[in-house]
Ligand binder design. Structure first.
Ligand SMILES: [Zn+2]
Length: 385
């Protein structure tokens, strides 16, 4: 297959005589029988344009008596190639490239096409100066709203994605992402030929997302099957388990997760699945235990600087692992002389990943109120520690 070299003219503008002005140049080589999508992707690659974010408009001038021709589809490319073949010089029939933001209303023009395979997009004309959009509706901050409808405004993309995941759990189906970027979020049902779709885009480049298009009607027959076959676990973490663990005082065991998932969502989780979800939620909220130990030296340093006179000791093993920590606050030291000469030492086991024992020493003041004197974390109660 013979190749053809094409000059690209970019970042220019069209004057009133239909001439492209003040452009920069670049070039590509493509097959003569290239498709429209190949041409677009070659141009995008060469000019480093993110086609998820930007629209590429391609035009060329046939002759000065005729307005520029725009290439919009395979036939457009074909016509261009036939014209170009007559004069294969690099400089002949350059392609004039205009790149525009994708931040325009997108509408799905063909509701009945198989979603995901041939849904076509049509760009509505963008006003020359974008009108600032009014959003009188309430801005939704809750990621588990009771319903979803066109016109709703969500505070950010994170909220809207979690809301839709929650919605899909409640309605027992699975969706897949057709397009997702900082500005748009477009979903379709995994069911074949299903008309369910959801589309939200950002409002005037802000972080807020508005539901633009939503067809909640399914025409697929797979609803329950696809839902059961696929693991619901990741979504469960987002919408259910994390809020329950946000208060450290709440005791929420894997058994509770199993029970709630069954009663609220009709979903059967094994104990191990529930346990993993709990661990994942805890890690999401509190980070990994290793990271907490990493922070210990800087925490102790700050403690010592903030409360001068405190005694802070950190002992590590030869291979730089945590072994013991010992802390006496300066306030405990100064308070000690006003207390009864009694010291109570107690220990408690730490139940986190790395176990260990926490030792505390406290005393009582003249009124019988407890005053903590010192605390330490050790591996176990032994002579070495
Ligand atoms: Zn469906």
């Amino acid at each position: 297959m013979s190749k053809i070299s094409i000059m690209l003219q970019l970042n220019g503008n069209w004057d009133s005589y239909g001439r492209f002005r003040e452009f920069q140049v670049n070039g590509i080589v493509v097959d003569e029988d290239a498709s429209y999508s190949l041409l677009i992707s070659t141009i995008a690659q060469q000019l480093m344009i993110d086609t998820f974010e930007k629209i590429i408009e391609i035009k060329y001038i046939v002759n000065e008596h005729c307005p520029p021709m725009e290439i919009r589809n395979d036939m457009g490319v074909c016509v261009y190639m036939e014209t170009k073949k007559e004069n294969k010089n690099l400089g002949s029939y350059p392609l004039c490239i205009i790149v525009r933001d994708f931040n325009m209303e997108l509408s799905i023009t063909n509701e009945n096409t198989a979603a995901g395979s041939s849904g076509t997009l049509k760009l509505l004309d963008m006003p020359t100066s974008p009108v600032i959009e009014e959003y009188e509706s309430i801005i939704i901050t809750d990621s588990t709203p009771s319903f979803i409808e066109v016109g709703q405004v969500y505070q950010d993309k994170q909220t809207i994605t979690t809301a839709v995941k929650h919605y899909s759990i409640m309605h027992k189906f699975q969706f897949r992402i057709k397009r997702s970027s900082a500005r748009s979020y477009w979903l379709i049902c995994v069911g074949e030929n299903c008309t369910w779709h959801f589309k939200a885009t950002s409002i005037n480049d802000s972080v807020m997302f508005k539901v633009r298009n939503f067809n909640s009607h399914h025409t697929c027959s797979l609803m329950d099957n696809t839902f059961i076959q696929r693991k619901p676990t990741a979504m469960v973490v987002d919408s259910m388990v994390i809020p329950k663990h946000s208060d450290p005082k709440t005791i929420y065991t894997p058994k509770d997760i199993q029970f709630d998932m069954l009663s609220e969502h009709g979903m059967n989780l094994t104990y191990m699945q529930a346990w993993r979800e709990k661990e994942k939620a805890l890690q999401f909220l509190r980070g990994h235990p290793v990271d907490s130990y990493y922070k210990l030296p800087s925490y102790l340093y700050t403690l010592e600087k903030t409360y001068p006179g405190s005694i802070v000791k950190l002992k590590k093993t030869d291979d730089d692992c945590f072994l013991y920590v010992f802390v006496v606050m300066c306030t405990s030291i100064s308070g000690w002389e006003y207390c009864r000469p009694v010291v109570v030492v107690d220990e408690t086991s730490l139940k986190s990943t790395y176990m260990g024992i926490m030792l505390t020493a406290s005393t009582m003041d003249a009124t019988g109120t407890k005053l903590p004197l010192a605390y330490a974390v050790v591996d176990s109660e032994n002579n070495a520690s």
